[in-house]
Design a protein around this ligand. Structure first.
Ligand code: C5P
Length: 235
């Protein structure tokens, strides 16, 4: 089922919980990133989980396979629903991550790969990383590696979601930030899409931060995002 994940990019526990308190009827899927996790530790994850939210823990692991396996086991024990890593760590690291994540009863959180960060440009890739291929080709290649390693999906632009499904299969999950309401403030995002358009292209999960967290009425903004995303049309 297509779902909207709210990026809870808040600096501390109080602000985060006060924001979530506004949702009295629904329990949105939330993304916790490095800032909040490093500031508050695993307890913030447990607290939000206790409140009944699903959690995407966005820590983007990238290390040797053994370290990633063991770290993923720790994250899995926090009972989160989705975690991620950098596909640049290679297939062996990705397989190790899956092993670490799998709980004794066989369940595990969804494991999603970051391909190339959107802050990495073609020139940075070529001149600093010595990767001399077109960026979109690199993104799809990393997505394919992730699929081969058994991962569940990738983080990508909604504009790339259709292509990723073509290459990696329709059940390979696309988690897509860079979403703005029609006519909304773009902020620092460069290539943006509306929830409706992302839904049409085939995105499975929208990640939306400021259009919801910064809205006068975040609950209404969240409901609008879900409706437009699932319905494929603007409200
Ligand atoms: O506020 P906004 O909707 O731009 O938030 C988008 C969220 O998705 C942020 O947490 C941001 O770090 C994350 N993200 C992104 N672009 C990527 C990967 C993650 O915007 N390529």
């Amino acid at each position: 089922m297509k779902d909207v994940i709210i990026a809870c990019d808040f600096p501390d526990r109080e602000t985060t919980l006060a924001f979530l308190d506004r949702f009295t009827e629904e329990k949105p899927f939330v993304k916790i990133g490095m800032e909040l996790f490093y500031a508050q530790g695993p307890e913030i994850v447990r607290e939000i989980k206790r409140r009944g939210h699903r959690i995407f823990l966005d820590l983007k692991l990238h290390d040797i396979p053994n370290t990633v396996r063991r770290s993923m086991a720790v994250l899995s024990s926090l009972d989160v629903d989705m975690v991620n890593l950098h596909a640049a760590g290679g297939k062996e690291m990705m397989r190790a991550a899956l092993e670490g994540l799998t709980r004794k009863d066989g369940t595990r959180p969804l494991l999603i790969a970051v391909t190339q960060l959107t802050s990495t440009s073609q020139s940075v890739m070529e001149e600093e990383l010595l990767i001399e291929k077109p960026l979109d080709q690199v993104v799809l290649h990393y997505a394919k590696n992730a699929a081969d390693a058994g991962l569940d999906g990738v983080v990508c632009s909604p504009l790339e979601a259709g292509k990723v499904h073509e290459v990696c299969g329709s059940s390979f999950v696309t988690v897509t930030p860079g979403v703005r309401f029609a006519g909304g403030d773009v902020g620092d995002q460069v290539r943006v899409t509306t929830p409706a358009k992302a839904g049409q292209i085939g995105s499975d999960y929208l990640v939306m931060g400021r259009p919801i967290t910064g809205a006068e009425d975040p609950v209404a903004a969240y409901r609008r995002a879900v409706k437009e995303f699932r319905g494929g049309t603007e409200a």
